[in-house]
Design a protein around this ligand. Structure first.
Ligand code: GLU
Length: 422
């Protein structure tokens, strides 16, 4: 199976989990296909007066457990199949975290770095104009994803409000605080992963201090570096789309942050003294305890999985490990804390934001952190126990855990058995 057939790769995990549960075949049939994928061509005026168009998608994969939920990514390689695979993962992620949502995802095929701020605003508003009919706080609720941020969510929420004629903050999460965002949403993906790894460290054979390698230094990668370093762990390697740096004694995070804030690659901090340059591929094979993929899909695959030296992989990215790599890692005793659990902190705090918007009552940062920690630990522990008892990987355990909840919701509408007996 080619590595780029993302939905087919994602469905391998569904089949695997179904083998460990006795569920109605109706359930699998329902979860095998996206419910609806809408495609649109967004046409915007560029700063020089010309018009340019961009392809865009929104997939609502399954809404049995509630309105569909999931981010919108802006990426030059974005496509409809990727949006469907990502929406499939959101369906399972929301079930893993027990949030009252189904799964969705959106995408625009664009390199956002090639647009001016005004062009980016027009594109963000055009996305909402194209998809407003399928969005809504009880229907489909977007959020940030790769290369989108709170400012973009603010523009989008505003555009939606203008279309429907009233302010509807709960239609989008990850908004700026001043527009109804939640405290703690900015670092929620990383923080959720951090709480999870801290809670399961001893079970997964991790001691302290840990040596950590992080692939991707965007929102999730930067925040997890900061959280782990604050606990005394050593960040020994990080990469971005241009390259990687390592330091056996630990990287200087302030220097890395300063480079990123100035729009430079982490590679620009290499000085041949403390920070050494290496390739992104080398980063996967770094001698470390914890490897954190925090970039894009399919980064650890059949050709490089055997080089992983880490004891544990924390998947802050969506879909960073292919099914083929899963098998190699399991044989080598590497524990993978899977995306649908490990990066579930982002959508969990999105859920908190939606709840606060609907109540019109806002929580303190401590309340957000405490509620997030409780959920990460509760679901993480349940999945860990399921995996150990059944002798399956944590990933399959997470799918089993989610599938039980999805099956209960699908079966509550009636199954073939129920209708045939009537
Ligand atoms: N894009 C994030 C994810 O993949 C967050 C989604 C959300 O908050 O709805 O989980």
């Amino acid at each position: 199976m080619p590595d780029d057939d993302l939905l087919a790769l994602a469905l391998v995990r569904l089949d695997e989990a179904a083998r460990h549960l006795s569920i109605d075949p109706d359930v699998i049939e329902k979860l095998k296909y996206p419910r609806e994928t809408t495609k649109a061509r967004l046409m915007i005026r560029m700063d020089d007066g010309s018009r340019k168009s961009f392809m865009a998608w929104r997939c609502r994969y399954d809404d049995t457990r509630g309105p569909t939920k999931g981010g919108i990514r802006f990426h030059p390689q974005a496509n409809g199949e990727e949006a469907e695979a990502l929406a499939f993962w959101m369906t399972f992620k929301c079930a893993v975290m027990n949030l009252p949502y189904g799964g969705g995802k959106g995408a625009v095929r664009v390199d956002p770095r090639s647009l001016s701020r005004a062009e980016l605003e027009r594109l963000s508003r055009a996305y909402i104009q194209a998809f407003a009919r399928i969005l809504g706080p009880d229907r489909d609720i977007p959020a940030p994803d790769v290369y989108t941020n709170s400012m973009i969510m603010g523009w989008m929420a505003d555009e939606y409000g203008q279309i429907v004629g009233e302010s509807v903050p709960a239609v989008i999460t990850g908004k700026p605080l001043a527009l109804g965002g939640s405290l703690g949403r900015d670092d929620a993906t990383a923080r959720g992963g951090y709480y999870l790894v801290r809670h399961l460290a001893a079970d997964a054979g991790l001691g302290a201090p840990m040596r950590v390698a992080i692939q991707g230094f965007g929102n999730a990668g930067r925040h997890i570096a900061r959280l782990l370093a604050a606990d005394g762990h050593r960040i020994v390697a990080v990469s971005d789309s241009e390259g990687a740096v390592f330091a056996h004694g630990g990287l200087d995070l302030e220097r890395l942050e300063a480079a990123k804030n100035a729009g430079r690659s982490v590679l620009s901090t290499a000085d041949g003294d403390r920070h050494h340059a290496c390739s992104a591929e080398d980063l996967i094979a770094t001698d470390c305890d914890l490897l954190v993929p925090a970039a894009l899909e399919n980064m650890i695959h059949g050709r490089n999985a055997a080089s992983v030296q880490a004891r544990v992989i924390l998947e802050l990215a969506n879909g960073p490990v292919t099914p083929e790599a899963d098998g190699i890692l399991a044989r080598n005793g590497v524990v993978v804390l899977p995306d649908i659990l490990a990066n579930g902190g982002g959508v969990t705090v999105s859920y908190f934001e939606w709840v606060q918007n609907r109540q019109g009552y806002y929580w303190t940062l401590e309340e957000v952190h405490e509620r997030l920690r409780t959920i990460m630990e509760r679901e993480g522990r349940a999945i860990w126990t399921t995996s150990k008892e059944a002798g399956i990987t944590v990933r399959t355990g997470a799918y089993v855990h989610a599938l039980r909840r999805l099956a209960a919701a699908i079966e509550a509408h009636g199954t073939q058995q129920f209708f045939a007996a009537g």
